[in-house]
Structures are given as structure tokens and as C-alpha cells.
Write a protein that binds this ligand. Sequence first.
Ligand code: SAM
Length: 174
Amino acid sequence: MVRLNEVRKGERAVTLPAQTDAGVYFIGTIRTPWSDRLTCPRQGRADGPICRIELAPPWNQGLDSIAQFKRLEVLYWLHESRRDLTMQSPRNDGAVRGTFSLRTPARPNPIGTSIVELVKVEGPVLFVRGLDCLDGTPLIDVKPDRTLFQPIAPAQAGDFQVGDGQVGDGGNRT
Ligand code: SAM
């Protein structure tokens, strides 16, 4: 069931901290066919409609070289979401689960992510398939899909490190 802004039976809302810890720059706007949450897809589909990602100046220069990637990872700010729920009832039936066990848009930092197919690039606009957000959703970031991307900078020590260390011991075993 799509949430608007209600708190459902069994859900838990907390008081949000007085201030945030960091700021983000909205680098553009996403244009989709969906103007309300009731008609938006839950998750984007590879065969979904072509949507536009419009980069704003001064960030549009950052699209240089992006056309070589077939798939991109897109991060966006689900700006109409409430941010104070720790327990949620996705079916609105009283059964609740923790926010971080869900891909719900209602989360402390309402960041949505999708892997999209890049159809074409026209100036500051990316045409993509695979989105699931409202028309006008603010854009936070665009990156090549990590399964297609080879790091361009030289390798560093951590790239060769295997998993027998523990966090906090600097990777050393005595
Ligand atoms: N694919 C992303 C993810 O997994 O991080 C988002 C998934 S979220 C379940 C998608 C739902 O968020 C949509 O069905 C819609 O109900 C809601 N939604 C989409 N755009 C939104 C926005 N700008 N603000 C608040 N909710 C939004």
C-alpha cells in the first residue's frame, strides 16, 4: 500500500534531531510520467518508460564521457517522504518491520537508487529507462553502474586486502 504521510497501526515515529549533519547539492531534476505516489512504480523496470534526467548548471559539464556506459546508477532525493519512522507496516496490516530492512521511501535520509539503462545523452539531459520516482524529484548523483566500471585511478593497498582482519585493528592479526 502506498504511504502518503500517515503513521499506521504498529508503526513507530521518532522525534527528528534538531539539525542535520551534512548538506547535499541537488544537481538536477528527474522528469517522469508520474505525478503522484499512488501511480508510481514500486521499483523501476528495464522496459519502463523513457524518463529524463536534467542536469543543472554548473554540474552539467560532469556528464562528459558518460555516453560510453550502457547502465548508470542514479541517486535521488525522495522529497515527499516522511523521515521519522523506525518501524513500518508496508501492508498497513499491523505487521511491522524495521525501516532499514525495507526499500521504503520513508527513511531518515530519503535517498532512492535505481540502476537505469542509458538510452541517449542530449546536452545536459540523460534519457533513461528504469526509474520509479515522481516527476520533479531532485537528483543527487549519477555514476556508472559498478558492474561495468573499471577504476581509472591506480590500484591502492586496500584493493588487494582479503577479509581476515577486523574493523579497528588496522587489518593486523597478532
Ligand atoms: N528504487 C528506489 C530504491 O529502491 O531506493 C526507490 C524505491 S521506492 C519503494 C519507490 C516509491 O517511492 C514509489 O513507488 C513512490 O511511491 C515513492 N516515491 C517516488 N518518488 C518519490 C518522491 N519524490 N518523494 C516521495 N516518495 C516518492
